[in-house]
Design a protein around this ligand. Sequence first.
Ligand code: DER
Length: 212
Amino acid sequence: TLGETERHAAAAHAAGLVEGGMRVGLGTGSTVAPLIPLLAATGLRLRCVATSEATARAAAAAGLVVKPFDTLTELDIAIDGADQIAPGPWLIKGGGRAHTREKIVAAAARRFVVIASHEKPVPRLTAPVPLELHPFGLASTLARLQYAVPRGGAASPDGGVIADWTGPVDDPAALAQRLDAEPGLIAHGLFAPSLVTDVVVATGREVEHTRR
Ligand code: DER
């Protein structure tokens, strides 16, 4: 399908940025999925950390060396998808419930490369913004964040409750600041421009790579 072609093209472009010996952060989701076999096929000696159990399993199955999450203090490169990419670039991530580890990995990486198919760039971010809320005090957190709606389903592997901010996202910086001030919040899915070094968007087979 067009989506598969675009996800593969973006992933293949990002795989070309990875060099032997690198410490690589692997994101989570369907755009990262084709990246994993492509990285394995390079035969390069890599040390990877995964942002979810699903990614860890896929990477190990492909023959990549996956290290425990916190054994690597700094990463040379991290590659991940996004739900939405707005000018800045501001991202919304967390559709796959992995944004807490994804943000930690993005922040630990010297280079954070976002890979996306053509529908991800948007003129402005819109709800939902994924949240991970601490289970302790959940009721009081939800009372304060009146737009936060628990998503249901399994808790995050880190024990948090996945919820979604359904309110306005007109000013992502202001919303990120408000969410960061919430004691019961573990992480939110707004990724600020300071985290992102490269955006790789595929439209058909055409890849546009924007570096900051
Ligand atoms: O949940 C996540 O953060 C994913 O990385 C998401 O933002 C992108 O998932 P996709 O590549 O399946 O669209």
